[in-house]
Design a protein around this ligand. Structure first.
Ligand SMILES: Cc1cc2nc3c(=O)[nH]c(=O)nc-3n(C[C@H](O)[C@H](O)[C@H](O)COP(=O)(O)OP(=O)(O)OC[C@H]3O[C@@H](n4cnc5c(N)ncnc54)[C@H](O)[C@@H]3O)c2cc1C
Length: 408
C-alpha cells in the first residue's frame, strides 16, 4: 500500500512542500510508493504579499497547473479537525464531510488577520485574503460610482502600521484614482489616515529606515495618528481610543497576523502568534509524524535567538524543507536541518517609492525608485513558481539562497 503524505494548505509553504515531496520521492525512486494530497480552501496559490496592490490581476496561481502533471491530489475544502492520535483529518467539502488518513502530515495552513473585538469590525475591510481584497476593491468601485461623494467617502482609515499597513496607506489613493480613471472620472485628492497603537510608526526598523518611512508618509500627505487604537466603526466613521471620530466609509484593518487555529490540535508550546515550535527538521517534538511549515511554524534560525518571521522568504523555503524531510522520514532517510538565516524586508511605499532593509536590525539598504524596483522584482517574480512545471520541481530543492545578495 502507498504511504500517504497529507499537506494542509496550498499557500507558499504547502505548494512548495508538495513539489519538494514529489522531487524527493523521485530522487529516492519511491514515487510509486507515495500518495501526496493537498487540502486547500480554493484552487489557488494566492500571492498574499500583493493583495494591497492597485490591481488584483495575476495574484492567484492555479495549483492544478502544477499538481495535475505531478500526480498531487488537490482536495478543495476546509480541514476542520485533526486527530494526531489516529492520524486523521476531517475536511468539510462542497459534498459534505470527509475523513482523510495520513502516514505523515505537513501542517502549512498559514495565518489569518488578528481578530479585534470592537463594534463594527465586520464592516471593516482587509487585504488578508483574495476575497477580502476583492471586497475592498468592490467597495471602492461602488464609492467611485458616486464620485466618492458623501460624508467620509473620500477618506480612508488604515488601522495598524506594520508593513502591510504602510503598503495599504501609501497605495490606496492610487488604487482609488485608478478605479475613477477606469470609470472615465477625474482624480480626487483623497485623505488617508494611518493609526498606530505605538508612539511612533516603524519602530520595528533601524532608526534610518524608520526616519525614511516617517518622511515618506509625510511627503505623501498621509495623516499619522499614533498612541491610539481603533475602538469602533460605524457606516459613517471610525472612533479611536482617544475619543476622536474620523468621518470615513472605508476602514482597512492591518493589525497583524496570527497562526491558523489548526495549530491548537497539537501538543506542545506555541508562541504569542499561536505558532508551533518546531525543531531544526521542522518536526513537532510531541508528534513523530507531523511537520509544520510557513506562517504556522516558529523555527529557530540562528544561535542569537532569532526565529522565522511570518513572511514568504521563510514560508517558501520552509515548504521546500518540509516536503523533502517528510519523504525522507517516510522512507527511512536522514532529515536535512533547516539552515536559512538570511533576512530582508521589502516594503512598497507607493508610486516611485519602496524600501529594502537587511538583517535583523533592519538596516536601510535601498529606498526610492531603487527600493521600489527591488520590491517589485521580489513580489512579481521571485515569489512566483517558475511557469514551467519541471523547472518549478527542480527549484523545490531545499537549499540556502542569499536573498539580500540576490535582491541587490
Ligand atoms: C497583505 C499582505 C502582505 C504581505 N507582504 C509580504 C511581503 O511583502 N513579504 C513577505 O515575505 N511576506 C509578506 N506577507 C506574508 C506572506 O504572505 C505569508 O508569510 C505567506 O503567505 C505565508 O505562507 P503560508 O503558506 O504559510 O500561508 P498562506 O499563504 O496563508 O497559505 C495558507 C493556505 O492554507 C489554506 N488554509 C488555511 N486554513 C485551512 C484549512 N483549515 N483547510 C484547508 N486550507 C486551509 C489557505 O486558504 C491558504 O491557501 C504578506 C501578507 C499579507 C496578507
Amino acid at each position: 500500500m502507498k504511504k500517504k503524505l497529507l499537506v494542509i494548505g496550498g499557500g507558499f509553504a504547502g505548494f512548495w512542500s508538495a513539489l519538494s515531496a514529489v522531487r524527493q520521492s523521485r530522487e529516492l525512486k519511491k514515487e510509486d510508493e507515495l500518495e501526496i494530497t493537498v487540502i486547500n480552501m480554493d484552487e489557488y496559490l494566492t500571492i498574499r504579499p500583493r493583495l494591497y496592490e492597485v490591481s488584483l490581476e495575476g495574484l492567484r496561481v492555479e495549483l492544478n497547473k502544477y499538481f495535475k502533471p505531478l500526480n498531487i491530489k488537490l482536495i478543495i475544502g476546509k480541514a476542520e479537525i485533526i486527530n494526531p492520535e489516529k492520524n486523521q483529518v476531517t475536511v468539510a467539502t462542497e459534498n459534505g464531510s470527509r475523513m482523510l488518513a495520513y502516514d505523515y502530515l505537513i501542517l502549512s495552513s498559514g495565518s489569518v488577520l488578528k481578530a479585534i473585538d470592537i463594534p463594527g469590525i465586520e464592516k471593516t475591510f482587509n487585504v488578508d485574503t483574495f476575497n477580502g481584497a476583492q471586497k475592498l476593491e468592490d467597495h471602492l468601485k461602488q464609492l467611485a460610482g458616486k464620485n466618492f461623494n458623501g460624508e467620509g467617502a473620500a477618506t480612508f482609515v488604515i488601522a495598524g502600521s506594520g508593513l502591510t499597513g504602510l503598503e495599504v496607506a501609501t497605495v490606496i489613493k492610487e488604487k482609488a484614482n485608478k478605479i475613477l480613471a477606469d470609470q472615465a472620472q477625474k482624480p480626487i485628492d483623497f485623505k488617508v489616515v494611518l493609526i498606530e497603537k505605538a508612539e511612533k510608526v516603524g519602530s520595528y526598523y533601524s532608526t534610518e529606515a524608520q526616519n525614511y518611512v516617517i518622511e515618506t508618509l509625510n511627503a505623501k500627505d498621509i495623516t499619522v495618528i499614533t498612541g491610539v487604537t481603533l475602538d469602533g466603526f460605524s457606516h459613517n466613521g471610525a472612533t479611536l481610543s482617544n475619543g476622536q471620530f474620523i468621518a470615513s466609509q472605508t476602514v482597512v484593518s492591518t493589525v497583524g497576523l496570527v497562526a491558523s487555529s489548526l495549530s491548537s490540535f497539537f501538543k506542545g508550546e506555541k508562541d504569542k502568534q499561536g505558532r508551533l515550535h518546531v525543531n531544526e527538521y521542522l518536526q513537532l517534538e510531541e508528534h513523530n509524524n507531523v511537520l509544520a511549515a510557513g506562517d504556522v511554524a516558529n523555527v529557530p534560525v540562528d544561535d542569537k535567538g532569532n526565529s522565522s518571521i511570518m513572511a514568504c522568504q521563510f514560508s517558501m523555503f520552509l515548504g521546500k524543507w518540509a516536503g523533502h524531510n517528510a519523504v525522507n522520514a517516510l522512507f527511512g532517510h536522514a532529515l536535512k536541518p533547516y539552515n536559512y538565516t538570511d533576512y530582508v524586508t521589502c516594503v512598497d511605499l507607493g508610486q516611485q517609492d519602496g524600501m529594502l532593509t537587511t538583517g535583523w536590525e533592519r538596516t536601510l539598504l535601498s529606498s526610492g525608485i531603487e527600493g521600489k524596483t527591488i520590491k517589485m522584482e521580489v513580489t512579481t517574480k521571485l515569489i512566483y513558481p517558475a511557469d514551467d512545471v519541471q523547472t518549478a520541481l527542480e527549484d523545490s530543492y531545499p537549499e540556502v539562497p542569499n536573498v539580500s545578495q540576490n535582491a541587490v
